[in-house]
Design a protein around this ligand. Structure first.
Ligand SMILES: CN1c2c(nc(N)[nH]c2=O)NC[C@@H]1CNc1ccc(C(=O)N[C@@H](CCC(=O)N[C@@H](CCC(=O)N[C@@H](CCC(=O)O)C(=O)O)C(=O)O)C(=O)O)cc1
Ligand SMILES: N[C@@H](CCS)C(=O)O
Ligand SMILES: [Zn+2]
Length: 762
């Protein structure tokens, strides 16, 4: 009999109870015991739900107090030396200190989890002596069994993925590190086996990337060690987000099951199975329901896929499951009351995906060749949406096709137009600026809530936003920043805001997804052709500019970021969606320019995240991503300065594409990654303006002048001082007013020191 399985369930809760509990705890409004109790209630609810839906193999230890990579590091006692830790179970204060920073110690780096908008905390191995501080998977297993009678499947981040995503060690030390970590993993697994655990899911998403010969040997060593140490335990070696590289080596590993993604890695994994078969003695975790998209599956098509797989694997040994953890999708469509029926019927969030898994498993168990009656409603809704006329705008498709064929270039090359811009703006050396958003205080959120509920008129709300702009323009002038921003107070989120104003988007009321820590986003849904309707940002930007003689930067979110941070339609190529967005944004860029705004920032923090995991697909993506950015920005005058911003990602493998975007100035995050990223932008590789992120905005900690000065000095060793700007790592929307002002004052002071140190040389 085929069985149903899940790889992970969203942590945040139906009403973001998780987020609220964490933030109340950090604010001192909830004690540790209460926090633990509330989170346990939530965790058990998630398990109950999966049980009630009929999932046979339910994951445990997929829950976290912040992030699963941080949990794994903490479980091994891997705590950076700058935190007060003397061994044993890592106290919650230290755990959250690593994630968020403390008064005395900077937070650990945070970066994107593969190609998703989820961010993990990067373990710092240097100086650590790993020990097993607690067996978290075992506690989670016991809890599910004792409280709910569930025979859970503990989920663990696999050793190779953990090691490859950690930092603070050299490649040459990889084997030494593995030999330290492996005994701890073995101990965890042995304790699980002794407890009678049936299945363990070991997540190794790193196997979707091409491994070196040495890493393949490490992989073999890891799983051979496990097989020898815990022969009775069924290990499901779980991969996701793409097809696996080195299929032959992977299926040859001595594990009981292998989980493959047949959604995002469908063609690669399927052709591997077709060409090379699948071992008779192994279970196939068939990830056929999209764990990171929101669209309903055609169950008929999925049953066909299962049938195909059953041609290679005995159906008795197939687990029907999601393609990855459901962490990346909202909890349930049930709470949506404002979507059109046609659209709502086409959606499946986590809970609905579990239903799809169960339905498919049942149908497959009965007869793989017969389409059951329960599938009829699914097929009707799926096809109604697929062929809906509400999704097409011929005029947009036409216009985009024409522009995409044009030469998308600024009139002058960078050096000439930058000189013209310098002439126009007369900025000092090392100009200071911020990334766009200022604190989204409780007051700002409250105002928006009142307006949304029609308790405030449009006029009242607009007045309120103008007052915020007044306050912050004045603050920026007082602090002495050179290039100001209006503060983005009118925006819920940098993507949601634009989606709300463009045609082709829909919005959920409760479609929240965890982005990092307690911070969630509500990605819009691009369901149809995208069209510009009316000016989106001109009013507020123009108003801010009217208050000051200093330049105010217009602030837009770029086409690739809007696309990558939305849930997008699957009936046309992503490239076309990007061009439609670029065409719409070009109209906004031109409107800002017409309104007298001479610096325009088009944020693209999500370009890296969209980079295909397979090297062979990357060049094509980068080529149309660059083209989309240029399409949005290339029509401005020479003296109009185009800025862009990127954060929390690796840049080194796409630096030439960033250069090709041809923005005049890029501001990047560097402080959270402790300055490592700056080397990607060294003088010889990157030749345009660079704003260095000199402090971490995700931490409540106020950075000192000294530490920012040394960061600036370090960067000036490798960057051209004439092209150098100074800014925080990212937008300041998550910070309070007091800490923002103090931090920015320190930043300006550090800039003044740098200016006097370098005045003679620039
Ligand atoms: C820059 N980043 C972004 C990413 N992805 C995006 N889509 N957007 C981004 O900005 N990815 C990478 C990084 C991740 N960084 C962040 C930073 C901050 C947040 C964040 O603060 N999220 C907020 C939600 C923002 C929002 O939509 N706010 C609404 C209010 C919604 C709400 O909670 N309403 C309350 C009532 C009001 C109240 O009492 O506060 C309710 O419904 O109960 C708004 O401003 O109106 C968060 O709270 O997590 C995300 C990613
Ligand atoms: N302009 C945005 C960029 C975030 S990546 C902000 O400042 O919040
Ligand atoms: Zn940013």
């Amino acid at each position: 009999m085929m069985k149903s399985s899940n790889l992970g369930y969203p942590r945040i809760g139906e009403d973001r109870e998780w987020k609220k509990a964490l933030e109340a705890f950090w604010a001192g409004k909830l004690g540790e015991e209460e926090l633990r109790q509330q989170l346990q209630d939530l965790r058990l609810n998630h398990l109950r739900k999966q049980l009630a839906k009929g999932i046979d193999v339910i994951p445990v230890n997929d829950f976290s107090y912040y992030d699963h990579m941080l949990d794994t590091a903490a479980m091994f006692g891997i705590v950076p030396k700058r935190f007060p830790y003397e061994g044993g179970v890592v106290p919650l204060s230290v755990y959250y200190g690593i994630a968020r920073g403390t008064k005395d110690a900077a937070a650990s780096e945070m970066t994107k989890w593969f190609n998703t908008n989820y961010h993990y905390i990067v373990p710092e191995l240097d100086g650590a002596v790993p020990v097993l501080t607690e067996n978290k998977p075992l506690s989670a297993y016991r809890e599910a069994k004792e409280k709910l009678g569930i025979e859970g499947k503990p989920v663990i981040v696999g050793p190779l993925t953990f090691l490859k995503l950690s930092k603070g060690y050299s490649q040459a030390d990889s084997d030494a590190w593995l030999s330290r970590l492996l005994p701890l993993y073995v101990q965890i697994l042995q304790e699980l086996a002794n407890e009678g655990v049936e299945w363990v899911q070991i997540d190794e998403p790193i196997l979707t990337q091409k491994l070196s010969v040495a890493d393949v040997n490490r992989l073999k060593n890891i799983y051979e060690t496990f097989a020898a140490s815990v022969p009775t335990l069924n290990i499901m070696l779980q991969t996701y987000f793409e097809s696996v590289e080195q299929y032959t080596e992977i299926i040859g590993l001595p594990v009981k099951g292998i989980g493959l993604d047949f959604v995002h890695g469908r063609s690669g994994n399927l052709s591997s199975i077709q060409a090379l078969g699948f071992p008779e003695n192994k279970v196939l975790g068939a990830g056929i329901i999209d764990g990171r998209g929101i669209w309903k599956s055609s169950l008929r098509e999925k049953l066909g896929l299962l049938e195909e797989l059953a041609g290679f694997v005995n159906p008795e040994r197939i687990l029907v499951q999601s393609s990855c953890s459901l962490l990346h999708v909202p909890v349930s469509v049930a709470y949506e009351t404002k979507l059109s029926t046609e659209l709502k019927d086409a959606l499946a969030f986590a809970d609905e995906k579990l239903d799809e898994i169960v339905l498919l498993t049942k149908a497959a168990c009965r007869n793989l060749n017969a389409i059951p009656e329960e599938f009829q409603e699914n097929e009707r809704a799926y096809l109604t949406f697929k062929f809906s006329k509400n999704r097409k705008r011929d005029d947009i498709q036409q216009a985009v096709a024409t522009i995409a064929d044009q030469q998308l270039e600024r009139k002058l090359p960078f050096s000439e137009r930058y000189a013209a811009q310098q002439q126009k703006w007369q900025l000092p050396i090392f100009p200071t600026t911020t990334i766009g958003s200022f604190p989204q205080s409780a007051e700002v959120r409250k105002a928006r809530q009142l307006w949304r509920k029609n308790e405030w008129s449009q006029e009242q709300y607009d007045d309120f936003i103008r007052k915020q702009i007044d306050i912050w323009v004045q603050v920026q002038e007082e602090i002495g920043l050179d290039v100001l921003v209006h503060g983005e107070f009118e925006r819920t989120d940098m993507v949601e805001f634009f989606g709300e104003k463009l045609e082709g988007f829909a919005f959920t009321q409760n479609g929240w997804v965890q982005s990092y820590g307690s911070r969630c986003v509500k990605p819009p849904i691009i369901y149809g052709d995208v069209a510009f309707l009316k000016e989106m940002t001109v009013e507020e930007t123009k108003y801010a500019q009217s208050l000051t003689g200093r330049p105010v930067k217009g602030m837009l979110t770029g086409p690739i970021t809007i696309m990558n941070w939305s849930f997008v339609r699957e009936d046309i190529p992503r490239e076309q969606i990007a061009y439609q967005l670029a065409y719409a944004l070009r109209q906004e860029v031109e409107a800002l320019e017409r309104a007298g705004i001479g610096m325009i920032q088009v944020d693209e923090p999500a370009v890296r995240e969209g980079l295909p995991l397979k090297e062979a697909d990357q060049a094509e993506y980068l080529s149309w991503a660059v083209k989309a950015f240029r399409m949005a920005t290339c029509t401005v005058q020479d003296t109009t300065q185009i800025h862009t911003h990127m954060c929390y990602c690796e840049f080194h493998d796409m630096i030439h594409s960033i250069e090709a975007m041809d923005a005049d100035v890029i501001s990047i995050e560097t402080s959270r990654s402790h300055g490592e990223l700056i080397h990607s932008f060294e003088v010889n590789t990157y030749t345009k303006g660079i704003g260095l992120g000199v402090y971490d905005i995700h931490s409540p900690r106020i950075p000192g002048v000294g530490e920012m000065t040394s960061m600036i000095e370090r960067a000036l060793h490798v960057l051209d001082p004439k092209l150098f700007w100074i800014n925080p790592d990212c937008g300041l929307k998550t910070r309070g007013m007091k800490e923002t002002v103090e931090s920015l004052r320190n930043m300006v002071e550090a800039t003044q020191i740098a200016r006097s140190n370098h005045a003679a040389t620039v």
